[in-house]
Design a protein around this ligand. Structure first.
Ligand code: GTP
Ligand code: MG
Length: 244
């Protein structure tokens, strides 16, 4: 039996790609043209990943064009900005992969082995969700993840957890806290792995101090609202949909 209490999934090591569950890497990206290339180079290098999907909803800096330049990367362009949760949901809807690996498009120092470290434990059945936390990158991104490790955007999970979230499209930056709650309610096995040397570009650096600080305040508001909504509004049975 594996972490889900179901039949064991095959381990990735030494097996042909057809024998194991399919893995989709999904990158929600909004105005990340300067940064997404480095992340995609790492992601397309992974032998564990079968499909790479970038979801761009109305970037104005050529993010989609940069992503389209990578062979094998599928770019979804949404006509309207739906926020991070909406972009993640659109990516998931476009694939049938059973294992979903989410990766932010603004990472620095992210390499293929970091992605594999997140995906492998889920693929082997050792856990249902694996969250990657930064260490040894930049002081502030380490500190932020030390305080709130479970808000990390770097994570692999079985599809069932994602599909149990009742209103992912409305949650914007609250997507990760909703996934945590879905995992908790499903009694899923969750692991953390350390991503040594990885950090990310803060909003203040991407957008400038004033706009960045405003976007940060908005993000914390969205996270707070998501926490309140998902905990209050939905009874236990809602979170136990697929395969439970
Ligand atoms: N498609 C899409 N992606 C988004 C949206 N908002 C954020 N993202 C992406 O989600 C990832 C994380 O977003 P950030 O704004 O960097 O959030 P964060 O890393 O949690 O916050 P910081 O502490 O500011 O770095 C990045 O790849 C963003 O481009 C959005 O509205 N649409
Ligand atoms: Mg970031």
């Amino acid at each position: 039996m594996n972490a889900s209490g179901t039949e064991p999934r095959p381990t990735p090591a030494g097996e042909s790609r057809d024998d194991r569950p399919k893995v989709a890497a999904i990158l929600p990206a909004f105005n990340e043209a300067e940064r997404i290339g480095g992340v995609l180079r790492a992601v397309v290098g992974s032998k564990l990943v079968d499909e790479v999907i970038v979801v761009d909803d109305c970037s104005t800096d050529g993010t989609a064009e940069v992503a389209s330049g990578f062979p094998g990367v599928r770019v979804i362009r949404l006509p309207k900005n739906l926020g991070k949760g909406g972009a993640m949901a659109a990516g998931v809807q476009s694939t049938r992969a059973e294992v979903l690996a989410f990766v932010d498009a603004d990472l620095e120092g992210f390499e293929t082995h970091h992605l594999d470290a997140i995906v492998s434990p889920v693929l082997s059945g050792a856990c249902d969700m694996c969250v990657g936390v930064f260490r040894g990158g930049r002081f502030w991104s380490d500190t932020a993840q030390w305080i709130t490790p479970y808000i990390s955007g770097q994570r692999a999970l079985v599809r069932r957890i994602f599909e149990a979230v009742p209103m992912m499209r409305e949650l914007r930056m609250g997507a990760e806290v909703a996934l945590n709650e879905a995992a908790r309610r499903q009694r899923a096995v969750v692991r953390r792995v350390v991503l040594h040397g990885v950090s990310h570009a803060f909003k203040e650096r991407k957008m400038g101090l004033v706009k960045g600080a405003a976007a940060r305040a908005k993000m914390y508001g969205e996270i707070g609202r998501a926490m309140v909504r998902i905990r209050r509004r939905y009874p236990r049975r809602v979170w136990r949909r697929k395969g439970d």
